[in-house]
Design a protein around this ligand. Sequence first.
Ligand SMILES: [Zn+2]
Ligand SMILES: [Zn+2]
Length: 206
Amino acid sequence: MPTPTQNKPCSRLVPSMSWAYPVTGNDSEAAMVQHSSLFVLVRQFFVAMLVLDTWQYFMHRYMHHNKFLYRHIHSQHHRLVVPYSFGALYNHPLEGLLLDTIGGALSFLLSGMSPRTSIFFFSFATIKTVDDHCGLWLPGNLFHIFFRNNSAYHDIHHQLYGNKYNFSQPFFITWDRILGTYMPYSLEKRAGGGLEARPTKDCKDN
Ligand SMILES: [Zn+2]
Ligand SMILES: [Zn+2]
């Protein structure tokens, strides 16, 4: 039988839960105002994906172009020559602020999505980023079916001779295509088992 002292931590949860309500919009008035049709939700997701991709492409490419930023900030993420899931967000705190936090805030504000919708969008974007770094090519992976920006595509960017290409992340490859930084790849069987992503064009230094 729990003593009053053992019950104490539970009672402390109540005020902290009330903090969560304004963030999640979990009250009936907000639900009435923010009732969104499926069409609106899809449009907000799509706009947020375009905004996040655009911000991340140019910031990411600039971090490679600017030697100071690359040496002191972005090179930390490129310690992963062979990416793995837990390395997806292994980066310098300033990179997290510049690429992820500001990019996320812009996609949230410009898409007009509600705080509740943003919970799903940012969870989706985070899972997609983790999948892009997982180093696996499993059959039936929905991300690989719907997005050409995938684990093999981003793997090329992490390779020593591929890091001037495939800057686009995390959803589409559009900006790489438009601005000439797209590097096609082939998946080849390795002698020791598994697959290897290989660039199919010559990688130039600049
Ligand atoms: Zn990079
Ligand atoms: Zn990466």
